[in-house]
Design a binder for this molecule. Sequence first.
Ligand code: PGA
Length: 245
Amino acid sequence: MRSKLVAGNWKMNMSRQETNEFIIAFEQLYKPLKETTVVLCPPFVWLDIMAVNLPAGVWLGAQNLHSRPKGAFTGEVSAPMLKDAGCKYVIVGHSERRQMGETDQLVRDKSRQALDCGLIPIVCVGESEVERNGGLAKVTVTSQLQGSLADLQFIAGELVVAYEPVWAIGTGKTASAADAQEMASHIRSYLQEQHAAAAANTQILYGGSVTPENAGSLFTQPDIDGALVGGASLDPVKFWSIITA
Ligand code: PGA
């Protein structure tokens, strides 16, 4: 039986003051839920504030990491540093980073680095609008999974997959619950073929304009185990409504 996971991806948003205000407001709403894990992924610079002040039971995640554990990589942050900062999760291969040139190979190297350091990578895949309209959504996602997960050894609970159709991210257009389920089920079949031991219990999230209004119907789909939430995670009330949906 898979539990639910709702992760907030703040992207490059929130000042120090806004971060503090969010924590205070979220603390008043938050109650630990048995079956739902809550994760927040702020910008690197606010990880420390969050690590100290988030309510117990809310996990911390980063939005990116480097594929090597240390060295001369100006501006980069390593998996051991993220562990040290209190992170349990790290988003890998978000489409906004793939658009900056991250390849499947790099996503795989980063995911391997996360796994080696005991961080849980949330590996993002998803097709563009052109690919969906051309009937290539599944082909695209399969090829991203092949490239991003090949050779990785993981058991259930050590890695999360997020299906995020690029055309739905930050656009207000959400995949229908049926379309999101169809792709989540496709992803689970892929895992069954290639990572059999992990497949049944690996959490698969949906991401792309998730709101308090559409979260409930997404979360009742059999292969969708939660959400990766961008915009709506900046508002404590909306984020909490999604978590409880
Ligand atoms: P969105 O972003 O919820 O703002 O569409 C989702 C994401 O990019 O993870």
